[in-house]
Design a protein around this ligand. Structure first.
Ligand code: F6P
Length: 319
């Protein structure tokens, strides 16, 4: 393969730029031409494509977001959109594509692969909800951003002797909540993977106060409920002053952590190596600190599990 394309799709994640840089520089190193596609699959359909070189990815390593921009494309999900996309790729002479994104983006990548267009997916999402990989690009940065926020909120919560419900992102996965709840010493972690036992949670908050605890922080995954609603219920049941914080998009921004930059760079390199050998229809992953790849179809049908051990440990340590 001599001409490849790269796009970012779905929610942006810190480290996506490092992945783009790795794809572009690896391709150039291997004597391939590489094209950047703007605005995800929408941009592909509209032909927003231009050639990239080593300088077009200079000084982006430390920047959050994605220099290629991103979108969630409804048009691409249609037969007509798909045909247009493949046609555009042919017009530009692009022989293989790297898609950096999450679950939804990989469904697009699978469709292209099924139609005979070699596509490789790189998991970039703060949610860490891709079953085949132990970590997705952006997750490490996001949990550090959330931890910083939790620590700041802790100062004011303990000064006022309150409870604070902090709602974090993650779509239908509880990973951000589990990891940050653990690292932030949260008194409760509510995730969609576990049944919600509000009475037990309130009992724990009251017992904590009776032992002299000055603050309680409850981390709520967005897939498990709404912070404002939880604030009302917990205040009612505990009789203690309770506040809610929805962290929102702050979790998706900021400079990527060293771990995310390194992960993105390794994955980007691996994706180009695959396309160089004319191998498509793969998703790049990290397992046991090794960069590996799996068939897209198989990877997408894997059941997602969550880190139950870490969740249990957090429960034990937060009494
Ligand atoms: O997938 C990343 C994510 O930030 C989720 O955690 C969140 O549910 C969603 O994207 C928000 O999407 P949007 O940017 O479309 O509001």
């Amino acid at each position: 393969m001599k001409k490849i394309g790269v796009l970012t799709s779905g929610g942006d994640a810190p480290g996506m730029n490092a992945a783009i840089r790795a794809v572009v520089r690896t391709a150039v190193y291997k004597g391939m031409q590489v094209y950047g596609i703007r605005r995800g699959f929408n941009g592909l359909i509209n032909g927003e494509i231009s050639q990239m070189d080593v300088t077009s990815v200079g000084e982006i390593l430390h920047r959050g977001g994605t220099i290629l921009n991103t979108a969630r494309s409804d048009q691409f999900k249609t037969e007509e959109g798909m045909k247009k996309a493949i046609n555009i790729l042919k017009v530009f002479g692009i022989e293989g594509l790297v898609v950096i994104g999450g679950d939804g983006s990989f469904r697009g990548a699978r469709e292209l692969s099924e139609r005979g267009f070699p596509t490789v997916g790189i998991p970039g999402t703060i949610d860490n909800d891709i079953a085949c990989t132990e970590q997705s690009i952006g997750f490490d940065t996001a949990i550090n951003t959330v931890l910083d926020a939790i620590n700041k909120i802790r100062d004011t919560v303990s000064s006022h002797e309150r409870t604070n419900i902090i709602e974090v992102m993650g779509r239908s996965a509880g990973d951000i909540a589990i990891y940050t709840g653990m690292a932030g010493g949260a008194e409760g972690i509510l995730i969609p993977e576990m049944p919600l036992d509000i009475d037990n949670l309130c009992k724990r908050i009251i017992e904590g106060r009776n032992r002299g605890k000055t603050s309680s922080i409850i981390i709520l995954a967005e897939g498990a409920g709404k912070a404002m609603e939880m604030e009302r219920i917990i205040e009612e049941k505990t009789g203690m002053e309770t506040r809610a914080t929805v962290l929102g998009y702050i979790q998706r921004g900021g400079s990527p952590s060293a771990a995310d930059i390194i992960l993105a760079s390794r994955m980007g390199y691996h994706a180009v190596e695959l396309l160089e050998k004319n191998i498509g229809n793969r998703i790049v992953s990290i397992r046991g600190n090794k960069i590996v790849d799996d068939d897209i179809m198989e990877a997408l049908s894997l059941p997602r599990s969550f880190n139950q051990e870490l969740y249990n440990l957090a429960q034990v340590l937060s009494i």
